[in-house]
Design a protein around this ligand. Sequence first.
Ligand SMILES: *Cc1c(COP(=O)(O)O)cnc(C)c1O
Length: 403
Amino acid sequence: MKISGLPTPCYVVDEALIIKNLTILRNIIERTGVRILLAQKAFSMYALYPLIGRYLCGATASGLYEARLCAEEMVRPLAEQNIKCENHIFSPAYKEEDFEDILCYCDHIVFNSWRQVEKFGTRAKAAGKSIGLRINPQCSTQKGHAIYDPCAPGSRLGITIENFRDSVLFRKFFPLLDGLHFHTLCEQDSDDLETTLDAVEEKFGEYLSHMNWINFGGGHHITREGYDIPRLERCIRRMQEGYGLTVYLEPGEAVALNAGFLVSSVLEIQGPAEKRRQGFGGNSVDDGLRIAILDTSAACHMPDVLEMPYRPPLQKSGQPWEKAYTYRLGGPTCLAGDVIGDYSFDAPLQEGDRLVFEDMAIYSMVKNNTFNGMPLPSIVLKQESGEYKLIKKFGYEDFKGRL
Ligand SMILES: *Cc1c(COP(=O)(O)O)cnc(C)c1O
């Protein structure tokens, strides 16, 4: 299959680009002995789990379903090749009815409060699990994305030092803990990790030497051009050498960053006919901004474009008005704000043209939805050989089946 023959919309994940990211991560594992896990919530394309499990040390889950997916698609197939992968889980609160299954699938179970440790910790330890508590070092290092800041005041994610140390449950359950977990970064570099580690040590330092491991969470933009890997490795060694800890990282983004595309087709060009005849001009809708309706939707297929929000990179395009022909690219749903962004092109767009959005492997297929009865994009793997392989196609039954 060639790219021009792919059904649209479709996500195309490029195996060679995934391997490029995995190689960077693998080299850090080999240099430092850190344990790196895939955070499945960012990227759960399990066709690639056997590959990912050969480079990384396992995966982490946000709940029972992701934990089971890791068990079925990474741990089990690789165990047949004598490769051992770890299966970790963190949830703000576990459900009693899920917990037996979680004990079957997971090696590490991270809790969010002492009350959760009281409810489930003894059972987890009796089942031979390594258990941890998520801490909140109250150290916000990011500006901009408040909904992605677990250190914001009132955060429900992680236990503060006051609630950790001053709880009546501390004395009884502290000896049960094998590790501490924090996750406070989002698309950040290792200088912010270093700042966070300072806060972790300042607040929780006296407890670290009682632990076996520390988990630095995700949000490390390790595979981004210019990320400071030596500083990350110094952070890892600081915890290894200072406290004798095994260090875990659980990046999601970094595993599949810039390794996938969303290919869509132009359905129609709309805009003032008069202006269109005159050639291009103007800088607003009323002024002649043309609209291209695509067969992909920001709201349904790339929800982070609206949630973050951000303007995804698009191949062969420029900033609005940078090139000769500018269009507002929108989806076919009813939502007025279902707009991917304004982009310019060297030549006028035509019906049937293909547009290729970049960096669409992460937080895309795991978050998409069928609002308005929108079809879900197919999932395609561009294999290392260059061949395209259709992994999954969705239809009406996938829409109906969720309702
Ligand atoms: C989201 C999340 C991750 C992965 O974050 P990325 O930004 O995708 O690297 C890891 N651990 C936890 C607990 C998370 O919530």
